[in-house]
Every structure is written in structure tokens, then in C-alpha cells.
Design a binder for this molecule. Structure first.
Ligand code: PLP
Length: 463
């Protein structure tokens, strides 16, 4: 067992942390600076995924450290269920302004999963507080091959088979799933994009009618699917068509932008690219850029007006909601993103990253698809390009590439985010690349070179 010495340092014995892997202790990361993280064995690794698409301005930014320090000295805690504080107001004002007035209010929590829970409860409350309440609207329609978080509500609405498996019997039952928009896997060769969108819209419409439109609360989707599929954007027109179906039946549209939002995909909000405005969106990860645990939701006018004219309260709250220090950190991260025009840089550098990945890896024997938007790119691996058959699950190709990335010789390793095909047994393994928004073309060149090396090293082992 690890022990704390009198100096406060921790011995390097077995980990006391209840980690995902109980059989093997994880590597320990001891420091981070700029785009690099450092392990306790001295290895410095280029963080090309910002953890899990979290770090968006790099590590160790002095301006954020100063904001956190100043906040801790001024006000360390505020019971935000009953009160507000300047850093929460600052952050929420910035967020609402960033929607050009499309959203009305922000609710701040500590994780994306909590944000999803809050969003689902807000949907329910909206229908109860309409002038003519609709209490039967308790059903959520979401999509297969999606991930919305780990708490029971968020896990239920998501459809990541691997992450749900152990908990199936205790998940919510009032949820059903339709197909995601995944052109590489699901669009027929004989189908135009318009026909594909029409087919998916019909599937959603059919699901509303199967469940009974009067019972459906909301349709929930990620604008660009992250962990479950590996950066899959929808085809043009898809979200407009889905919104039309929601409007037809009076249901709410909830967009989960926890991973793909806050500039990650080259627009501040991923929905801007789609030309639709959700009723509620969730945000996280890049909101605090990794400097503090923070996430949240933005609610539109339709929802907030209804609550204002109804009970006048949101029946939900948590001890650590809108924590002053987290809000100060996130407010500073957001100010930096704005001041340095980093969303624009993410869009510009993202195009370069995408084109370079396609140039260097598009013809690779085992690379089935390269897709993404902004600085959010996924590479899907397949055993056979023509049939798109995935590798055997046991090979865990995404994890192998990830490990090879960490193990590249010298000080030149790279952190890539692995995912696998446990989603529905048909989808291939993938890695995800999501570097900070302030990367340069030189950084992108390095990321792509190291990624190619990691992939080559992985397939040397497999071949
Ligand atoms: N929603 C999406 C799209 C996510 O990718 C994640 C996490 O990966 C979550 C929700 C849950 O966020 P958290 O892990 O912060 O609870």
C-alpha cells in the first residue's frame, strides 16, 4: 500500500486509487506543461488528445493558474443552490453571449454525466409546467452507438454496449434508441445523402409513433459522436431533419456537446455548423480545459420561459454546483479562447490535420475511415477495407495503437485516445485525436508523424 511520508510525498508502492484496472496499476503522470505530460519514469509525451478531448489551451497556462489562485483567496466555496457568485455569473454570461442570445440560462455542474442528468430532468419538468401539462412525456429517444455519461440516467440514454453491459438490469426502461448518422457504416452506396437523411428521419418518426408521440419527452444526440464511434459527424441536413421530427411531435431536442462543443469542432457550439438550435445543450470537457472539474447545460428560451411562468424554480441542485473556483478557471479558459481567436484556429488547423491524416494514412491497408471536424478526428481500423470487417475484439487495436504511441522511443511519445468496436459488435476499433486549439502547423506535422509511427508499430505486432 502506498504511504504518505512526513514530507507529504507518496511512496511508489501499489496504487491506493480504485482504478479501472485492479490487476495492473496505471502509469503515473506527475506533471504537465504546454502540450506535454510527463510520467514518473521521466517519459515526456505529446498530449494529442487533451486527455479525452479536455485540454483545449494546453497545460499549465499561468493566466488560468492566477485566476484559480485569486478565486481561492477571495471565495473558496459558495452554496450555489441558494446563492450566486461573481465567477459563476462571469462564466454563465460568457456562455450565453457565445450563443448570440439563442440560449437563455446556464446551469453549472462538475461532470458531463451530471450535466446530462440535469438535462433529462429539465426536459421532464418542462412538460409538467406547460400551461397544459403533459405528464405522460417520460420517454427519451436517443441513438445507438452513442455515449452520454456514466451515471445511471446518462448511461441509460447512451448506447455504448461495453459500458452498459454490467448495469443493464438497473438502467432506465423509458428509453429507446434509433440508428446514429454514420455514413461510413450505415449509408447505402445506392443512396444519396438526401435519401440517407430521409431514411433516418423516417426511422425517428416511426419510433415516435411506436412509442406514442404524446409520451416522448426529447430526442438526444451528440452532434459529432465522440467516444462511442470516434469523431463521426452527421451528414449535411441530418440534424435539421431530426429537429423537424421533434417539432412535428412537440418534443425537445437535446444536443450533447460535452465532447464536441466549446470550439472543439471549429465552431463555438457544434450546433452552429448544423444550422439548428437545440432546446438544451450539455457542455463539459473543454469548458474548463482540464483546469477544474466543470460541465453544464445551456437551456433555451422555450424551456426557461416555461419554468419562469410555471413553478419559477428548477427542481434540481447539487452541493458543488457552480463551484466558484471551477467557474473562475473556466471563465478564464473561455476568455483566452475568445481573446486568442482559438475557435478559428481550431477550424483552420483542423482542416490541415484532416487533410494530412488522409494523405498519410488514407491508403493504409487497415485504415477504414478517417473522419472528423475541427480539431476532433477519428481513425477507424478494419481488417478488410472492402467488407469493412473489424479486427477481432481480443486484439483491441485501438488500445494497441495507444500503447505503441506511449512507447515510442526517446522523448517522442504521443497520447492517442483509444476506442473499440464493443459498441455493437460491428463497428471497428478507433483512435481519436483532439489536440489543444492553440496548436500550430508544426505541432500538427509532429502529431501526424507520431500517429503514423504508432499505427505502424501496432500493425507490426498484429501482422
Ligand atoms: N457526453 C459525452 C458526449 C461524453 O463524451 C462524455 C464523456 O466522455 C460524457 C457525456 C460524460 O462526461 P463525464 O465523463 O465528464 O461525466
Amino acid at each position: 500500500m502506498s504511504t504518505v511520508t512526513t514530507s507529504g510525498a507518496v511512496d511508489t508502492g501499489p496504487s491506493a486509487v480504485l482504478h479501472r484496472d485492479l490487476k495492473q496499476d496505471p502509469f503515473r503522470i506527475v506533471s504537465s506543461a504546454g502540450f506535454y505530460i510527463q510520467f514518473d519514469d521521466g517519459r515526456k509525451i505529446f498530449d494529442a488528445t487533451g486527455g479525452a478531448a479536455v485540454s483545449c489551451i494546453g497545460h499549465g497556462d499561468q493566466r488560468v493558474i492566477d485566476a484559480i489562485t485569486a478565486q481561492a483567496k477571495t471565495l473558496d466555496y459558495c452554496h450555489s443552490m441558494f446563492y450566486s457568485c461573481p465567477s459563476a455569473e462571469d462564466l454563465c454570461q460568457q456562455l450565453i453571449r457565445s450563443t448570440n442570445g439563442q440560449m437563455s440560462k446556464a446551469f453549472i455542474v462538475c461532470s458531463g454525466s451530471e450535466a446530462m442528468e440535469a438535462a433529462m430532468k429539465l426536459c421532464r419538468q418542462y412538460f409538467l409546467e406547460l400551461p397544459t401539462p403533459e405528464p405522460n412525456r417520460t420517454h427519451f429517444i436517443a441513438r445507438r452507438e452513442s455515449y452520454h455519461g456514466t451515471t445511471l440516467g446518462a448511461l441509460s440514454v447512451g448506447c455504448h454496449v461495453g459500458r452498459r453491459a454490467v448495469y443493464e438490469p438497473i438502467l432506465m426502461q423509458n428509453i429507446s434508441h434509433v440508428s446514429p448518422c454514420n455514413a461510413y457504416r450505415n449509408k447505402l452506396d445506392s443512396e444519396s445523402t438526401t435519401e440517407y437523411v430521409a431514411r433516418l428521419a423516417k426511422e425517428l418518426d416511426d419510433e415516435f409513433r411506436r412509442v406514442g408521440p404524446q409520451n416522448v419527452c426529447a430526442f438526444i444526440a451528440e452532434p459529432v459522436v465522440g467516444a462511442a464511434l470516434g469523431c463521426v459527424p452527421a451528414v449535411e441536413g441530418y440534424f435539421k431533419a431530426m429537429k423537424s421530427v421533434c417539432d412535428k411531435y412537440g418534443a425537445l431536442l437535446v444536443l450533447d456537446e460535452v465532447m464536441c462543443g466549446i470550439g472543439r469542432t471549429g465552431t463555438m457550439h457544434a450546433w452552429e455548423h448544423e444550422g439548428v438550435v437545440p432546446d438544451i445543450q450539455t457542455i463539459g470537457k473543454g469548458l474548463g480545459g482540464g483546469y477544474a472539474p466543470i460541465a453544464g447545460l445551456l437551456a433555451g428560451h422555450r424551456v426557461i420561459n416555461t419554468l419562469e411562468n410555471g413553478s419559477g424554480r428548477f427542481s434540481h441542485g447539487q452541493t458543488y454546483q457552480a463551484h466558484p473556483i471551477s467557474c473562475a478557471a473556466a471563465a478564464e479558459v473561455q476568455r483566452i479562447i475568445q481573446k486568442e481567436d482559438l475557435v478559428h484556429n481550431a477550424s483552420f488547423m483542423g482542416k490541415y490535420l484532416g487533410s494530412l491524416l488522409k494523405e498519410k494514412l488514407g491508403h493504409h491497408r487497415y485504415v477504414g475511415d478517417i473522419r472528423g471536424r475541427g480539431l476532433f478526428w477519428g481513425i477507424e481500423f478494419v481488417k478488410d477495407k472492402s467488407s469493412k470487417a473489424p479486427f477481432d475484439r481480443e486484439l483491441d487495436i485501438g488500445m494497441l495503437v495507444h500503447q505503441k504511441g506511449l512507447g515510442l522511443s526517446g522523448n517522442s511519445g504521443i497520447l492517442l485516445y483509444p476506442g473499440n468496436g464493443t459498441v455493437d459488435g460491428k463497428v471497428g476499433d478507433h483512435i481519436l485525436i483532439a489536440p489543444p486549439y492553440n496548436v500550430t502547423m508544426v505541432d500538427i506535422d509532429l502529431i501526424v508523424d507520431l500517429t503514423v509511427m504508432a499505427i505502424e508499430a501496432a500493425f507490426e505486432d498484429v501482422a
